[in-house]
Design a protein. Sequence first.
Length: 215
Amino acid sequence: MNVLLDHLPQFREGFLGTLALTAASAALALVLGIIMAGFRVSPIPPLRAFGTAWVTLLRNTPLTLLFLVAFFVVPQIFFPGTSPFVLAMVALGCYTSTFVCEAVRSGINTVPLGQAEAARSLGMSFAQTLRLIVLPQATRTVIPPMSSIFIALTKNSAIAGAFSNTELFNVSKLLSDKGFPIGWIFLWVALCYLVITFTISGAFRLLESRLEVAR
């Protein structure tokens, strides 16, 4: 308990850092994932090819390698001076977007084809059909896997601690390097992660139950 109480500001800062990184990366992943899912079911071949390449390349690349590219290649070539938080958010968001994309695409495939055909017969464009007809119906199917995806994102955010980001893994490393009991440090860090993941799980369960009632 002394490890937590004596270093409460560091644990609080690490917890808030993990929370902020998880939330920002989840928002980026959600936006990119929906866009890429739209590309993958698009009637335009170049968009389908781009969406497929995005998912295949990023999902099969180790996350640590994406962090290395984000921190040592992107600032050198494209955006020098970018903050470590933004670079970590981009690496996590792009990687997680591939899983979001596949979950959304699977949900889209559960919507009866007649729905899209009816929308097209009314003169709606592909984008309008996807946004107004298909995605709202696919949401119920997409919600359950999204919970697991964002919980995995929370755990993956620990890699950012090795790249100059203040989060829970970074705090545990700093305290263990100072000689504090590693077992107690990991215990409190694990409890912090559990708080975040249980909150995500509970929020998605609540959302899922409300959508079931709406159905």
